[in-house]
Write a protein of this length. Structure first.
Length: 337
């Protein structure tokens, strides 16, 4: 374990991990190099195993044994990246906290500059964004731009296009994020919702150091729906306006039919046109019900008050699955001092 200054400010590095056996040794070396360069600070690195099926957990155990600055949490199953981010934030003790991925797409070498900007600009957060999407599939890039454009039009929370989860925050901003205790989480939206001043740094897109991405196109689509329903009620308003429009159109149609009847103009009736109208109206109704159902399902998940994650093991336990501190549980959503 590296020599540490007891009076130095503490930085908590929080790293969600899911099947990252191939990239973790590379990340381990890079973050240790960065910590050595930032000798004015002390560090803790919190690695969260999100129910990995490969050799991720044994690696985390070995890191913790080799370097006491490394801690780990292991979930009982895969709960998702948002749950891992919450778990790491709850476990953090630092004066500053920083999220980064284990695949080195968030280069640890940027951390000194991020800390320098945070101090010089006197801000509460330094976020990162990609200056390009080189190497990313074209369809994914197009839909990402469409998502950010749509989200910023229908929500009061404004998202920065191409923003990464790689972000450095002060403790007061971290505690503000922890105070948001909803079950359905979208961290990028939460970071913006709590406010506080953020300075942005851009860097070119970096390919994964090893392994494969865990986010398929459909998982990203689902994630975007989580964001839209979590930070905007515009879809509900759209469904209401569509219903009002159809009622108005039906009313106008009735008037036209009545007028044609009284002036002696006969109307041609046929099942094709009728079926088109029925299918159109039925489709709109089903769509509207689906929108309502999505919001209702979010409410259902919230009121059940199930924990966002469950721990199986951590560096503070002997590996038998017994937690030694209730703060490991998601039921305590506010950091204890």
């Amino acid at each position: 374990m590296e020599h540490e200054n007891a009076n130095a400010e503490l930085i908590s590095v929080m790293v969600p991990c899911f099947n990252e056996e191939a990239s973790l040794p590379l990340f381990y070396e890079e973050i240790r190099k960065t910590m050595s360069e930032m000798s004015a600070y002390t560090f803790e690195v919190i690695l969260v195993d999100d129910g990995s099926k490969d050799g991720t957990l044994p690696l985390l155990r070995s890191f913790s044994l080799e370097d006491g600055r490394f801690r780990y949490l292991s979930f009982s199953r895969n709960f998702g990246k948002e749950a891992a981010m919450l778990a790491a934030l709850q476990a953090s003790k630092g004066d500053y906290v920083v999220y980064m991925d284990a695949d080195l797409q968030d280069p640890p070498s940027m951390l000194p500059k991020m800390m320098s900007v945070l101090k010089e600009k006197n801000v509460d957060s330094v976020g990162t964004r990609r200056s390009n999407r080189k190497g990313e599939p074209l369809l994914r890039s197009i839909f990402a731009r469409m998502f950010y454009g749509l989200m910023n039009k229908i929500s009061n929370v404004k998202l920065v296009p191409s923003a990464r989860d790689y972000r450095l925050m002060t403790r007061r901003m971290a505690d503000a994020v922890l105070s948001l205790c909803e079950y359905n989480r979208f961290s990028k939206g939460m970071f913006e919702w709590v406010g506080f001043t953020t300075e942005w740094l851009s860097y070119p897109n970096i390919e994964r150091a090893a392994g494969k991405t865990k986010f398929s196109f459909w998982k990203l689509m689902k994630y975007s729906i989580e964001c839209i329903t979590g930070f905007s009620t515009a879809p509900l308003m759209f469904a209401s306006l569509m219903g009002a429009f159809l009622c108005f159109a039906a009313f106008c149609g009735i008037i036209v039919i009545v007028i044609r009847y009284f002036i002696g103009v006969s109307s041609a009736f046929g099942w094709p046109s009728m079926m088109c109208v029925v299918l159109f109206v039925g489709g709109v109704l089903e769509w509207s019900i689906g929108i309502l159902g999505t919001y209702l399902s979010k409410t259902y998940l919230e009121v059940k008050r199930r924990p966002v994650f469950l721990l199986k093991e951590s560096s503070e336990t002997s590996g038998d699955g017994h937690s030694v501190d209730r703060r490991d549980s998601v039921t305590e959503n506010v950091r204890e001092e």
